[in-house]
Design a protein around this ligand. Sequence first.
Ligand code: G4P
Length: 285
Amino acid sequence: MESTNYQWYPGHMTKAKRMMQENLKLIDLIIELVDARIPYSSKNPDIDALANGKSRIILLNKADLSDSSENKRWLEYYSSRGFFVLEIDSKAGNNIKRVMNVVNEACREKRERDKKRGIINRPVRAMVAGIPNVGKSTFINSFARKSVAKTGNKPGVTRGKQWIRLSNELELLDTPGILWPKFDDKKIGMRLAFIGSINDDIIVSEELSLELLDYLKEYYPECIEVRYDVNADKVSSSILEGIAKSRGCLKAGGEYDIRKAADILLDDFRTGKLGKITLERPQFE
Ligand code: G4P
């Protein structure tokens, strides 16, 4: 799969969009994964226009790394906008079994419509989609492991596509749809960089860690204090220096190695060592 170093150029986006449009013709249901730590910034906006008329599920993936009370609020937020929703941890497999229930709920109306038109036993076809690194492959593997047998190609119907038959009622496209992130807003770019979804080299880690600290000291000061034994009630640059001090990050001449402290902070955040943290709050109208 594409890694954290995935770089988007206009050509990539056009190709991804075209693939998405093609795949959408084949499916009834889109299972979109977002990162539970940034459920807004990791959601692709354009898919809403492309997905017109399809059943929609949003899975808050990596819920093991995010704040559980915020997960609830985000589920409510997306549910109020017509999505079927669930929080999951694809890596450990938590809640994966419940995805099938949500799929059934999301497809109930479609199945009833089919039945009225005399179409019975036609499996629902679904596609997993999301921006790079949200956990699409991990999810497909985990979800598929629960039931599975590959159906193989179905020439004439969907040439070249592989479907994973998950039950008599559901088939999943085995390659996920890669969506492109939103780039127009610098804040969104920052948040994608916080979670490691876009290349670090674009933004220097020191700048990134100071931005992260601005947020953490407001919403999760205790996480900084507990992990680094540093008072969070200071300007972010002093907190970063405090982290360098408490972690013994020193350069050869004895001065603090701020870059190293920044890397430690970012790594601790990304791996969940800093605690369960959500970087965005839903805005209900
Ligand atoms: P993608 O297909 O959407 O690009 O994402 P992919 O499945 O490759 O997952 C990207 C990274 O996110 C992987 O980590 C994967 O293990 C991790 N991941 C996926 N789902 C979850 C989850 O629910 N919780 C947590 N904590 N992590 C998740 P990696 O560092 O690239 O590899 P590795 O750590 O598995 O070796």
